[in-house]
Design a protein around this ligand. Structure first.
Ligand code: PHE
Ligand code: FE
Length: 264
């Protein structure tokens, strides 16, 4: 339960709502085999409580808490930035409770419980990623103080939500916005349309993003160690340096970008 008393009314979900979850869950499980990265698939395998229907956050907390000390806090929708970051910094993941309707399986602009739980919690089962998310929350509180939140928000967007990771078999998905979407899980890896560019922290923090359609650019990390090493330093001088540089449109490719090939 959150401080303001909002909670998931698990018993109030209808059979039809649980059925929407199961449809989405089994569909994504099939699509993500061979497309999601190992860390995500391992995390998902550890979440048996999530297969049967919309999970009860209290049962989820037992599994997640034992794995990495994270818990879920129910929220009615988007929360203010400072509240969101304070939750992450305390290893609490804010999740919506409502589930999309059966005629909205394929695309939803706002997060629902399927995106928040299926999309994010498997990666929070991973100890290293769990620490990254906590550090991000602390960094968010700092970025707010420095007036650079839009920079840090782009990092979240292009890693936590829409990140790809290189493997010997080609890029794989770890971003929650991709793994919770059947269409984008295929598009992100297999469509010739989007750019897939090597991850570069300052480049990412200059790049605007679109929330109304599939991404036009994905950033590919080499591995999680690279992401954590890049994000460990104090961002204060980065934010200052970025003030002198223009923002980039999401579809821009610079001569200095490393284009990553993605085969089927
Ligand atoms: N190191 C960043 C800072 O000083 C915080 C951060 C950590 C941001 C991990 C993102 C991810 O602001
Ligand atoms: Fe999300």
């Amino acid at each position: 339960m959150s401080e303001d008393g909002f909670r998931q009314e698990w018993r109030a979900y209808s059979p039809a709502e649980h059925a929407v979850w199961r449809t989405l869950f089994h569909r994504q499980e099939a699509v993500l085999e061979g497309r999601a990265c190992r860390a995500f698939l391992d995390g998902l395998a550890g979440l048996g409580v999530a297969a049967d229907g919309i999970p009860d956050f209290r049962r989820l907390d037992e599994v997640l808490g034992a794995a990495t000390g994270w818990s879920i806090v129910a929220v009615p929708g988007l929360v203010p930035d400072d509240v969101f970051f304070a939750h992450l910094a305390a290893r609490r993941f804010p999740s919506t409770c409502f589930i999309r309707r059966a005629d909205q399986l394929d695309y939803l602009q706002e997060p629902d419980v399927f995106h928040d739980i299926f999309g994010h919690v498997p990666m929070l089962m991973n100890p290293v990623f769990a620490d990254y998310m906590q550090a991000y929350g602390e960094g968010g509180l700092k970025a707010l103080r420095l007036g650079s939140l839009h920079r840090l928000a782009r990092l979240y967007w292009y890693t936590v939500e829409f990140g790809l990771i290189a493997t010997p078999e080609g890029p794989r998905i770890y971003g929650s916005g991709i793994v919770s979407s059947k269409g984008e899980s295929i598009y992100a890896l297999e469509s010739p349309a989007p750019n897939r560019l090597g991850f570069d922290l300052l480049r990412v923090m200059r790049t605007r993003y679109r929330i109304d359609t599939y991404q036009t650019t994905y950033f590919v990390i080499d591995d999680f160690a690279q992401l954590f090493a890049a994000t460990r330093p104090d961002f204060t001088p980065y934010y200052r340096a970025l003030e002198a540089l223009p923002d980039l449109d999401p579809e821009t490719v610079l001569p200095t970008d490393r284009v990553v090939q993605s085969g089927p």
